[in-house]
Design a protein around this ligand. Structure first.
Ligand code: PEP
Ligand code: MN
Length: 282
């Protein structure tokens, strides 16, 4: 990766641990960073159910600005969804991850989000990446639908070179010829990214597969391969999800999945924080 300067690994032990304010959670250390939540924020009741469920997540996800293939599909609750995110973060101390699609949304999102997600479709929106370089919060950068590892690393370099070193890479599957799965999870890229960059790398098995029955096995494989965490879609009534229902887990399945990860995490020298062990530090 000869062009990457700031995100390239300089020696084997060179890894970056990223703090997720306002909690005491970090990403890239011994503890895994597991984020769960719906594809789209739909209602306060939906998000309360997730926050109250017995699942050991360290962050909650949910889109309020949604990048949809069809302009006629639900586009997200927009600013109405932000109050829900803020309430969940305040009531439950759960860090919030949500997607930013455009530069003008950054200021609106900042007071409500702890991690800003750049979706696959925007991985090479260079103006957005430059603007996020000026933000003082971690960026979760998802791999583009058809981006090479090198293009992915250079997208991270854009953010870093504009001043923000707090970047979490996310492998979420890439397009291939087989439509049986929505995408193809590239675990080789996860290992490669850990070898060539010092950044934390997490995996999204939901968008990678598009099918809920494939999510848990691939989540386990990701942790075994050395991923620093997972971002997974779950919902109190998954079949009723307004977007991505087919890949969304029930809260029971999510709890079961996280339990099943514990021995795998231990086998690779990682750990999973129990529920309610998060502390707010500010
Ligand atoms: C999402 O996380 O809801 C999403 C749209 O993901 P991706 O950008 O990976 O398709
Ligand atoms: Mn989704």
């Amino acid at each position: 990766m000869k062009d990457a300067k700031l995100v390239a690994k300089s020696h084997t032990e060179h890894t970056t641990e990223i703090a997720i304010a306002p909690s005491d959670i970090t990403v890239g250390g011994q503890d895994l960073f597991i984020v769960g939540g719906p594809c789209s924020i739909e209602s306060m009741a939906q998000m309360e159910a997730i926050a109250q469920a017995p699942i050991a997540i360290q962050g909650v996800r949910g889109g309020v600005f949604k990048p949809r293939t069809s302009p006629y599909a639900f586009q997200g609750l927009g600013e109405m969804g932000l109050d829900i995110l803020s309430a969940i973060r305040q009531r439950y101390g759960l860090p919030v991850v949500t997607e930013v699609m455009a530069i003008h949304q950054i200021e609106t999102l900042l007071p409500h989000a702890d991690v800003l997600q750049v979706g696959s479709r925007n991985m090479q929106n260079f103006d957005l990446l430059k603007a996020l370089g000026e933000v003082n919060k971690p960026i979760l950068l998802k791999r583009g639908l058809a981006a090479t590892v090198s293009e992915f690393v250079m997208a991270a370099e854009y953010i870093a070179s504009h001043g923000n070193p707090n970047i979490i890479l996310c492998e979420r599957g890439i397009r291939s010829f087989d439509s049986y799965t929505r995408n193809v999870l590239d675990l080789g890229a996860v290992v490669a990214l850990k070898q060539i960059t010092h950044l934390p790398v997490i995996v999204d098995p939901s968008h990678a597969t598009g099918k809920r029955e494939l999510v848990a096995p691939l989540a386990k494989a990701a942790i075994a391969a050395g991923a620093d965490g997972l971002i997974i879609e779950c919902h109190p009534n998954p079949d009723k999800s307004v977007s991505d229902a087919r890949q969304t887990l029930s809260l029971e399945a999510m709890a079961e999945l996280i339990d099943s990860l514990i021995p795998i995490a231990q086998a690779v020298g990682r750990s999973i924080r129990p529920q309610h062990s998060l502390k707010l530090v500010s």
